[in-house]
Write a protein that binds this ligand. Structure first.
Ligand code: ADP
Ligand code: MG
Length: 724
């Protein structure tokens, strides 16, 4: 159904809706990881040596001993079948932000027509999905071959239940037959390994002898909107693009701040509890839930985990949110900007690195030695963010995130680091060179005393910074709500690898000159600050003064759109970074650029087409009906001698004309296909198509304020945001 009727029907369906039947909550211990083939479940059913081998791979990232796979496969299958599974799926993460699955049955028909279940080591370890439709940026066109999935032992297998069946899910990497990464997991695993190598080297230089594998950790905070599905289904723009392409701001928006951290609406809380139950069963440690700033906007965050597992869990969380929303009569919007004029959604990616022997390496310690180590790791991050800031911008560049970044609700498109006043002060002193004998009140004396306890209090938070130190981790805030966290994690791990290597090289050289460790570290940190302190900024990142200062005085790049940011991936220094660290080959990096650039263009063109069709087939007819009603009445009244003002008819008529003119211009602009390069095409989408779409919207939204409410064909903002 379309048109105005659907709006009114939606409202009555929502107000008359049946509540979900009540259910008794389960105890956490009963729920926790019941759907996961955990290490402890493996321990219970695997021979000791097989278990030891698997555990070693999981905990140290060591190579998998393939000879044990057969035994694991049988145990995994038995466990899955005991949960009711008939099928298994290799789950992988192609270069889109989605999760992909290839399902196969355990069924094996015997010669006599009977059936048994079968799951061999071969199918556990490797799969061959016919993934020819997944984007590959030219990698597979040239090598003309299939993609392969390969078991990632470090992320546990699990079962996914639907209402009438169960599937065993096996996390995998997705690679071409020549071994090139076609997915988001492979580079993440490689970046962890590279970072482990560089961090271990530095830890050795710092005198450690017992050093466990260093891994990165991630705690992603996910923001999302819920809209009643009756409204969502009457909005083709929400269904197809995840955002409203039209819509006049409602009189009430978020100006009263009455939603942020307010009481969660009951219907939403029931939904959240079902989401959390599902997450717990899948071993995902859901931890916080609350209302966000915008009406209809919420947040969920788990406890942080090893980055690879956290990334898989984040993908599962997005899937669970969307599916559970459907069951509760909602549509879950993960788009970064579903509603114009209302805060958008992001994903804060909290990130740190550490291991079992030295702990969190970004946590200031309470011994002088630990502090020294912390400052070196933190200094390495600062250097990395300065040197490769444009890369961090590029990995959060998507058509949808462009709506949010720099829009006074999210970090600007300029990447800077926020350290907090206290730590910033420490680094400033290091730069000045007076820290060694510092008598500064409460200030450390490097290598002699300990750093004072760092404020971890939210009072010292800066919400306007894209990259903020928050006590024992960095929080990358520019990531889009819709995005996989892998790309940002890969970038952070890789730039840290590069910086740790640089720090280790310098430190080694200083030590070779006969410096003691503390002096050597001080020299290295001073150099970091001399070269890279321009990236440190504690002020208001939203202010125009900063945007000017960042670019003009600090030499930082402001890359406002994806069209500006993505080409960074083609810069020689970025290519060298990924090649040197072994995270991505030049060919793999190039393919990523191609895929993301295509996605950007396709998204905007698809939206432009929908703008045209909605304007023509919904808004124009509604405006016209209104105009004929109005003009008819005015004429009738005139006939009996009553003069009515014609202003509103004139205004609606003129807006309708202007809107249709803008539609024609956009249509014509979409016909252009002769672009010299993909970069040119992206610029065209950003600088020509998008403003033209905005023009159509401007007139349409103005019309929404003129046309009789009962004729308006699309659910309005006030309905979608406030009717629950
Ligand atoms: P806030 O909204 O104040 O930023 P939240 O509690 O909503 O904080 O989210 C913080 C996230 O950071 C959580 O997922 C948490 O587990 C995660 N986190 C905490 N410590 C670390 C760490 N050392 N490394 C990575 N993530 C961390
Ligand atoms: Mg946060």
């Amino acid at each position: 159904m379309s048109g105005n009727k659907s709006r009114f029907q939606a409202i009555s369906q929502i107000t008359d809706r049946q509540k979900q039947p009540p259910k008794t909550p389960n105890r956490l211990e009963e729920l926790w990881a019941t759907d996961v083939f955990t290490l402890s479940k493996m321990q219970a059913c695997l021979p000791k040596d097989v278990f030891k081998s698997i555990k070693n791979t999981v905990q140290t990232g060591g190579k998998l001993d393939v000879s044990v796979a057969g035994i694991v496969a049988v145990a995994m299958k038995d466990w899955a079948i005991s949960k009711g599974a008939l099928y298994y799926a290799h789950v992988f993460y192609p270069m889109t932000n989605i999760t992909a699955e290839k399902h196969d049955g355990f069924v094996s028909v015997q010669g006599d027509g009977s059936v048994i279940t079968e799951f061999t080591s071969k199918v556990l370890v490797q799969g061959e999905p016919d993934g020819s439709s997944f984007p590959n940026g030219g990698i597979r066109n040239t090598s003309a071959a299939r993609g392969y999935t390969a078991w990632d032992v470090t992320s546990p297998a699990y079962v996914m239940e639907t209402d009438n069946g169960v599937t065993l899910c096996i996390p995998t990497v997705f690679i071409s037959w020549t071994g090139e990464a076609l997915d988001k997991k492979t580079p993440l695993l490689r970046s962890n390994a590279a970072m482990n190598g560089a961090a271990t080297r530095l830890l050795k230089l710092l005198g450690h002898t017992d050093i466990a594998t260093v891994n990165s950790s991630c705690g992603p905070e996910q923001e999302y909107f819920l809209v009643d599905s009756h409204f969502a289904h009457s909005r083709p723009d929400l269904l197809l693009t995840g955002r409203t392409l039209f819509g006049r701001p409602s009189a009430k928006g978020q100006q009263f701040d009455d939603h942020y951290f307010g009481a969660i609406p009951e219907r939403v809380q029931v939904f959240m509890q079902d989401v959390e139950e599902k997450m717990y069963r899948l071993g995902i440690p859901a931890k916080t839930r609350h209302n966000e700033v915008a009406p209809g906007q919420f947040e969920i965050a788990p406890v942080f985990e090893a980055a690879n597992v956290a990334s898989d869990h984040q993908q599962m969380t997005m899937t669970i949110l969307k599916n559970m929303a459907k069951k509760h009569g909602f549509m879950c919007l993960l788009h970064e900007k579903p509603f114009a004029g209302i805060n958008g959604s992001g994903k804060h990616v909290n990130w740190s690195v550490g291991n079992a022997t030295q702990g969190n390496l970004l946590d200031p310690g309470d011994t002088p030695h630990a502090n020294l180590q912390f400052l070196l790791f933190c200094g390495a991050v600062i250097r990395g963010v300065h040197k490769y800031g444009p890369l961090l911008r590029a990995v959060v560049a998507t058509a949808s995130n462009d709506h949010r970044l720099g829009a006074n609700e999210a970090p600007p498109a300029i990447i800077s680091v926020y350290l907090g006043s206290q730590l910033e002060d420490v680094f400033e002193q290091i730069k000045k060179g007076d820290v060694k004998d510092s008598t500064h009140a409460g200030m450390m004396s490097l290598g002699v005393a300990t750093l004072p306890e760092f404020q971890k209090d939210p009072g010292d938070r800066n919400r306007t910074s894209p990259f903020a130190f928050t006590g024992n981790r960095f929080e990358f805030r520019a990531v889009g709500s819709n995005q996989s966290v892998s790309g940002p994690l890969v970038a952070m791990n890789t730039i840290l690898t590069d910086s740790l290597t640089w720090v280790a090289d310098k430190l080694e050289a200083e030590l070779a000159k006969g410096s003691n460790l503390s002096d050597a570290a001080f020299t290295v940190l001073k150099e970091v600050m001399e070269q890279h302190s321009a990236v440190i900024f504690g002020g208001n990142g939203y202010s125009p003064e900063w945007h000017k200062m960042a670019v003009e005085e600090r030499g930082l790049l402001n890359l406002p759109t994806t069209a500006d940011a993505l080409p960074v991936l083609k810069e020689p220094y970025i290519e060298e970074l990924f090649e040197r660290t072994g995270v991505l080959t030049p060919k793999e990096l190039e393919s990523r650029f191609e895929v993301y650039a295509e996605q950007y263009i396709q998204t905007i063109e698809m939206e432009a087409k929908l703008v045209i069709s909605l304007a023509k087939t919904r808004i124009y007819p509604a405006a016209f009906r209104y105009l004929s009603e109005l003009s008819g009445s005015i004429a009738n009244l005139q006939a009996i001698g009553i003069e009515m003002e014609k202003e509103s008819a004139e205004k609606a008529a003129s807006l309708t004309k202007l809107m249709m003119d803008a539609v024609s211009k956009l249509s014509a602009a979409l016909d252009k296909h002769d672009f010299g390069t993909i970069e040119e095409h992206m610029q065209y989408a950003a600088k020509t198509l998008r403003p033209m779409m905005d023009k159509v919207r401007e007139y349409a939204d103005a019309l929404e304020g003129e046309v009789a409410d009962d004729l308006w064909p699309l659910p309005k903002y006030q309905e979608m945001l406030f009717v629950k």
